[in-house]
Unconditional design. Sequence first.
Length: 161
Amino acid sequence: MNIGQAAKASGVSAKMIRHYEEVGLLPAALRTQSGYRQYGRNDVHSLRFIRQARDLGFSIAVIAELLGLWHNQRRPSREVKALAQAHIEMLEQKVSDLQTMKATLAHLVHCCSGDDRPDCPILDALADGIGQPGPTQEITLSDTRAPSPRHGQLTSGLKKL
């Protein structure tokens, strides 16, 4: 089947299929004489596996490990469990981070009168650099979609309000 058919059968877009090939999660597809990618049932099965793992928030690197374990019939299940447990711990940290961010924003909203006056503690907190990364922090896009660590500075800046 071609890439469009594989995309439809797996629920993964053609663009992501090409990306997964590029990063090594999926082996390079066989090509027709005219250069079109060709996929088989095993490829579609792997794409579904990848999609499910991505839906659970696993990173590309961990998915690569999971795929390797999935294909290894002699794998010890403890390795799979350890990866899943580590992911749960990361998700718990994300939930905690999001709750802290929500509490901080709720406090800032509470401090703002929301009337016709121009002064606003929310804008003041943002303008004062609260919530900006410090000199040793870096904002990056993560394939795990983790919240940025910068909320901690916003929380610590609440003492100024």
